[in-house]
Design a protein around this ligand. Structure first.
Ligand code: T3D
Length: 265
């Protein structure tokens, strides 16, 4: 069943990573984590990769940890934390740090760590039929994979508490209305929209986008003064890229810019 837990498709300028354990709603096993890590490392190492699309095979996006791997024998109490340290936390950190936009196309239910891994992506699109479920409290756990960080920042403390404490599913429509995700699309057009966005990113000033990701993430820990300083330094960095020069030329020549996405020419 797990022969290929992650599928990778190379497109012109971006890659599509599909979580591929549809019988278990793409729940995570160690093999799937390892394959996903390889896929992300390879995308990061490819200078021609300027965006990444993550989606799920079948009717779900991802149901979080495969609970079959946590069944304990009689008399044993499993102590969790190891998988967070080894797999989930590095995965969330990697998604945030990838030097290009990561688009999640949430094609169906996203539960537990599956929901929060989607939220760790830069732009989250969801099918109308998708749901987001903080399933953890239903089995006596706490949200992980960044859930307690993303939720209050995205939807505010009251809604974050409601979602995390009840574990009730949130529809894609409500998720969009609350600002948990970027956009909901009808099921039939979700993937076309996700690809369209990735193609857009392949033509974008990739280094500036990576700097934007960093600025927005760091803003949570900064006061306004420090953030202004960081913007000044980051703007200097952006202005040294060939894409800034090209953007300026294109503006004055009244044409579309041809961004290379490279750090230097
Ligand atoms: O180290 C650590 O463990 C800590 C890390 C924790 C990270 C976590 O993610 S903890 C949270 C784990 N996830 C869950 O608790 C979610 C469990 N699943 C559900 O609550 C429901 O399946 C869903 C709400 C996601 C979807 O419900 P529904 O009715 O659409 O589908 P279903 O019938 O429940 O599931 C379909 C099949 O997938 C089913 O198998 P079957 O009966 O057809 O053979 C079901 O057992 C399987 N499945 C769904 N989620 C998981 C799973 N199998 C293993 N692990 C799962 N997480």
């Amino acid at each position: 069943m797990d022969e290929t837990p992650i599928l990778v498709e190379r497109k012109a300028g971006y890659r599509v990573v599909t979580l591929n354990r549809p019988q278990r709603l793409n729940a995570f096993t160690e093999a799937m984590h390892q394959a996903l890590k390889r896929a992300l490392d390879e995308a990061e190492g490819d200078p021609d990769c300027r965006a990444l699309l993550i989606t799920g095979a079948g009717r779900g996006f991802c149901a979080g940890q495969d609970l079959n791997d946590r069944l304990s024998k009689a008399g044993e109490t499993p102590v969790l934390g190891g998988a967070l340290e080894t797999y989930y936390n590095p995965l969330v950190r990697k998604l945030r740090a990838l030097p290009f936009p990561v688009v999640a196309a949430v094609n169906g239910v996203a539960a537990g760590a599956g929901a929060n891994i989607a939220l760790a992506c830069d732009v989250v699109l969801a099918a109308r039929s998708a749901t987001f479920v903080q399933a953890f409290a239903k089995i006596g756990l706490v949200p992980d994979s960044g859930g307690t960080w993303f939720l209050p920042r995205l939807v505010g403390p009251a809604r974050a508490r409601g979602l995390a404490l009840t574990g009730d599913p949130l529809s894609a429509e409500q998720a969009e209305a609350w600002g948990l995700i970027w956009k909901m699309h009808d099921d039939l057009v979700l993937m076309a929209e996700a690809h369209r966005l990735c193609v857009h990113f392949t033509e974008a000033p990739t280094v500036a986008l990576a700097l934007i990701k960093r600025l927005l993430d760091e803003s949570w820990a900064n006061d306004l003064d420090s953030q202004l300083d960081l913007e000044r330094e980051t703007q200097r960095e952006a202005s040294l890229t060939p894409d800034y020069a090209e953007g300026m030329r294109a503006f004055f020549e009244k044409r579309a810019p041809a961004f290379s996405g490279r750090k230097s020419s």
